[in-house]
Design a binder for this molecule. Structure first.
Ligand SMILES: NC(=O)c1ccc[n+]([C@@H]2O[C@H](COP(=O)([O-])OP(=O)(O)OC[C@H]3O[C@@H](n4cnc5c(N)ncnc54)[C@H](OP(=O)(O)O)[C@@H]3O)[C@@H](O)[C@H]2O)c1
Length: 249
């Protein structure tokens, strides 16, 4: 089976490529640096020739309004090229809560990406993941407020990215779901608590303020916004174990 991974050099894509190759599949990892660009369309037809499955794990360069245009243009070009190539399964990694947080440009962008997939007519599977443990540092950076860090107090359910990659690999080699599945971590925490624990673990003593009105990439959150629903797949790794392993000498 020939599988093309769009964004195959990224944080998720590179590990997905290696798992799929280890399973014996022919995998083409692509990126703009390697001549395949979903925004310009460059290299898409050649890359997709003879492909049965395409996995889209490309990402926008920013999380602001420009991300909406990125996912709209990228998805439009990619799905059109897949239709021309006769691709039989389109797989995409999205985010839990894309349809619940309209004030976040990035989550709106992911919803645009999902809608294009659903109306494309190409058999598909969408995996919605919660936030990666490795992303919590970036949440902290985005929440800096003077000398402190002001973070939402809402619950979230982060997951080890490797658990997401493993789930994505299973879905990629399976039959198209023509639907959406969710994957999340094994525990839920107030976001501010984990930001504090990640900062402390790296020696950062800045005050972390839990604020119900603090915005998460532009949006206020509730305890339901970013939490997976019933029936979600659950990653194995616990946050505390990950943090201990990451910070032990
Ligand atoms: N962070 C989270 O907690 C989280 C949670 C759930 C889902 N996700 C989703 O996971 C997906 C993958 O994220 P990631 O962290 O692996 O992203 P990443 O590390 O930033 O990698 C992005 C990939 O996209 C490629 N790319 C960028 N612009 C492109 C273009 N115009 N055409 C084709 N490829 C392009 C990049 O290539 P270059 O290296 O050449 O730039 C790179 O291979 C994203 O769609 C994101 O929404 C993330």
């Amino acid at each position: 089976m020939k599988i093309v991974v769009i964004g195959g050099t990224g944080f998720i894509g590179a590990r997905l490529v290696s798992i799929l190759r280890n399973k014996g599949h022919e995998v083409l990892a692509t990126s703009p640096a390697w001549g395949v660009d979903t925004i310009t369309g460059e290299g898409l037809d050649a890359a997709l020739a003879g492909a049965q499955v395409v996995v889209d794990v490309a990402n926008a360069p920013t999380f602001d309004d420009a991300s909406v245009a990125f996912f709209e243009t990228s998805g439009t070009h990619l799905l059109a090229a897949e239709a021309r190539a006769g691709v039989r399964h389109h797989v995409a990694l999205s985010i839990v809560g894309t349809d619940r947080v309209p004030d976040s440009a990035y989550l709106r962008a992911k919803e645009v990406q999902e809608k294009l997939i659903r109306k494309s007519g190409i058999p598909y599977s969408i995996l919605r993941s919660t936030q990666f443990f490795e992303f919590i540092g970036r949440i902290a950076q985005s929440a800096v407020d003077g000398n402190s860090v002001r973070v939402s107090a809402a619950l979230f359910q982060p997951i080890l990215s490797a658990d997401v990659v493993a789930t994505l690999a299973d879905i990629t080699v399976g039959q198209p779901l023509n639907g959406t599945v969710e994957v999340g971590g094994p525990e839920k925490f107030p976001m501010a608590e984990l930001v504090r624990r990640v900062l402390r673990a790296t020696g950062d003593q800045r005050e972390v303020i839990a604020d119900a009105h603090a915005r998460y990439f532009g949006a206020e959150l509730t305890d339901q916004s970013l939490v997976a629903g019933p029936g979600a797949r659950i990653g194995a790794k616990r946050f505390g174990d990950w943090l201990k392993e990451r910070t032990s000498p």
